[in-house]
Design a protein around this ligand. Structure first.
Ligand code: ATP
Ligand code: MG
Length: 227
């Protein structure tokens, strides 16, 4: 009997990372194990369409990401959205990455997304195209709806996802794209908004994010006097 095709998985973790924190980092580390990822890229957004502009510049957000992942060879940063002028569309970036991966025959991309961002997926530019480009890996987040209860999803999203849910991480390797998996990762109640507010108010944000990132924030007076 012929061996079933198996795809090697690469994780892509998009976000504004304004700043990166232990919520992001711990999720990325756990997913590297749960999904047995070959590698994971953080993909900081340039100018997102769906939210206010990040407070820190792209250069600062990139520098903080690099500080944060320093010494972890499972992670790297893809800076293409920061380098690109104008608005950022995740779907277009994923199309570009997918094209680069077309030379690697048995490679599949896993786009990692928090529950709060996932329920807003129908607002994304050409969001249904994502299912032809990558798998979606959803992580639950304190304070956001639980993705385990799909009745909490907007109708449009629930229908589009209906036949795509996969119960086991290992099954993602059987498909080149188009499956959705909710990962059993730790619930960490940390957000960049909370950190920015703490820094602005002059209190300590220590232990919510790496010391090296906090030093970068202090050195460059980021988030001081703004919310
Ligand atoms: P902000 O408060 O500025 O929105 P954030 O903490 O949500 O920042 P983002 O850069 O917006 O961070 O998030 C990038 C991705 O990481 C999103 O998909 C988001 O849902 C997810 N994420 C962020 N923090 C966590 C967390 N603590 N647990 C799980 N997912 C998270
Ligand atoms: Mg967010």
């Amino acid at each position: 009997m012929a061996e079933a095709t198996r795809y090697a998985l690469t994780g892509i973790y998009g976000g504004t990372f304004d700043p990166i924190h232990y919520g992001h980092l711990r999720i990325a580390e756990e997913l590297s194990d749960i999904l047995q990822l070959n590698h994971l890229f953080f993909l900081p957004a340039g100018q997102p369409r769906l939210r206010n502009a990040p407070l820190a510049t792209g250069e600062h957000r990139l520098a903080m990401l690099r500080e944060a992942i320093c010494g972890n060879d499972r992670f790297s940063v893809d800076d293409r959205e920061i380098r690109r002028p104008g608005e950022t569309y995740s779907v277009e970036t994923l199309q570009e990455i997918r094209l680069e991966y077309s030379t690697k025959k048995l490679a599949a991309l896993c786009f990692i997304i928090g529950a709060d961002a996932f329920i807003k997926l129908p607002c994304w530019h050409h969001w249904r195209d994502l299912f032809e480009l990558c798998h979606l890996v959803i992580v639950n987040r304190p304070g956001s709806v639980s993705i385990n209860d799909s009745s909490a999803l907007p109708d449009e999203l629930r229908h589009a996802c209906q036949s795509r849910w996969t119960g086991m991480a290992d099954e993602l390797k059987n498909w080149p794209f188009g499956r959705i998996f909710t990962a059993p990762t730790s619930l960490l109640d940390i957000s960049s908004t909370k950190i920015r507010n703490i820094v602005t108010s002059g209190k300590s944000a220590r232990y919510l994010l790496p010391e090296s990132v906090l030093n970068h924030i202090d050195r460059h007076h980021l988030y001081a006097g703004e919310k």
